[in-house]
Design a protein around this ligand. Structure first.
Ligand code: PLP
Length: 387
């Protein structure tokens, strides 16, 4: 049976360029910290890879320490949030502004900081719209850090991160602004400069690179003012900010995927938007509701089924060779309805009947049509089974 993969927000297939780069990197096996020629060769590969990921984020000329490779997006975010908190001097402000629909890698680390005495304000995102009145109310001199995602991984909502960072800086010169851009890279146009961010998280496996590699962009200001400290003690790799011998093979794959993503972004973004529009149009007037934020990334469509559990439909679709997800892959370990969907405004029952469809540029119109047909047959057979 032909497999139709529509779960690209969970992870993406490796692109040919990443595979080839990783194969080549396997031969360049030296430790980048070694002083002999094999080490120097691995260090060169690392340097070129760093430049490629930096360029994908709009930074052509990275200074030392501005791009830190990590083991995943989650680790990059933990470094950003915990590393900033650990670097805090006692006297400074202590409010952290975030949203009520962040990925667990942000939410759970901020919950840890909350236990340590930080005041964490979670701005509502009902309907996928960030409540700017709440943002404004909390942009005061007590603002220590802002952590806000660019694109929500369950609803596709694109939050106005640039505006929030601008308001935050106007209120507090010393504020540190972090953006989780894992779902935004090559889906919506941005650079670290246009965001106005100090720290930006990205992850390779969401852009057709390998799993187990992420990166944290760090602004010059943060480095100069020593506003970030490592939380892994060790050999001092990655400019002292992330100890541990670098995953050169994965990093080479990340860089190749970043080059390819940057090369094709201009055509892939409208392509994904067209696929989403085809799905939304195909569902119009039917029983399935689309949870569409007013400003959304092109690749994610969240849909709620009429009284059918998401898992039930998910298995029906899987039998037709179609892969989607119930909520997000990361929340599939959590018990109960997705807190992100509740924050969006869905009832717990509706959240339990919600599926996420997520595209990449190589999906086709016929993939969408096959999904629409399978949803329609599921609506008939599965509803009948309930009655
Ligand atoms: N942030 C968002 C918005 C995500 O969707 C994900 C992955 O699902 C992550 C962070 C975590 O990235 P990683 O899987 O590389 O740890």
């Amino acid at each position: 049976m032909e497999q139709i993969y529509l779960d690209n927000s969970a992870t993406t297939a490796l692109c040919a360029e990443a595979k080839a780069a990783m194969q080549a990197a396997m031969e360049r096996f030296g430790n980048p910290s070694s002083l002999h020629s094999l080490g120097a060769d691995a260090a060169l590969l690392l340097k070129q890879s760093r430049a490629a990921v930096g360029e994908a984020l709009g930074e052509r000329f990275l200074k030392d320490g501005q791009l830190i490779f990590t083991s995943c997006g989650t680790e990059a975010t933990a470094l950003a949030l915990l590393g900033t908190a650990r670097a805090k001097s006692r006297r400074t402000a202590s409010t952290v502004l975030t949203t009520d629909s962040e990925h667990p890698s942000v939410e759970r680390n901020l919950a840890l900081l909350e236990k340590e005495g930080f005041r964490v304000v979670r701005v509502p995102t009902r309907g996928g719209v960030l409540d700017m009145d709440v943002v404004r109310a909390h942009c005061t001199a007590d603002l220590f850090m802002v952590s806000m995602m660019l694109v929500n991984n369950e609803t596709g909502a694109r939050y106005p991160v640039e505006e929030v960072f601008r308001l935050a800086r106007a209120a507090s010169r010393d504020v540190v602004c972090h953006c989780d851009a894992v779902q935004g890279l090559f889906k919506v146009p941005f650079s670290v400069r246009t965001l106005g961010a100090d720290l930006v998280t990205v992850s390779a496996h969401k852009i057709h690179g390998p799993k187990g590699v992420g990166a944290l962009y760090v602004s010059e200001r943060i480095l100069k003012e020593r506003r970030l400290v490592p939380f892994l003690a060790g050999g001092g790799q990655e400019f002292g900010l992330r100890s541990g011998t670098e995953n050169t093979i994965g990093i080479a794959g990340f860089a190749a995927a970043a080059r390819e993503g940057a090369r094709t972004a201009r055509s892939s973004m409208p392509r994904m938007a067209a696929l989403s529009a085809r799905l939304v149009d195909g569902l119009a007037g039917g029983e399935i509701t689309v949870n569409r934020p007013p400003v959304a990334a092109p690749h994610i469509v969240s849909i709620t089924l009429p009284g059918i559990k998401s898992e039930t439909m998910l298995h029906h679709l899987a039998r037709a060779g179609i892969s989607v997800s119930a909520g997000s892959a990361c929340s599939s370990h959590a018990a109960g309805p997705s807190s992100v969907l509740l924050a969006f405004g869905l009832s717990p029952e509706a959240a339990g009947c919600t599926l996420r469809v997520s595209f990449c540029e190589s999906n086709t119109e016929s993939d969408v049509d096959a999904l629409l047909a399978a949803l329609s047959s599921g609506l008939q057979s599965l509803v009948r089974m309930k009655h």
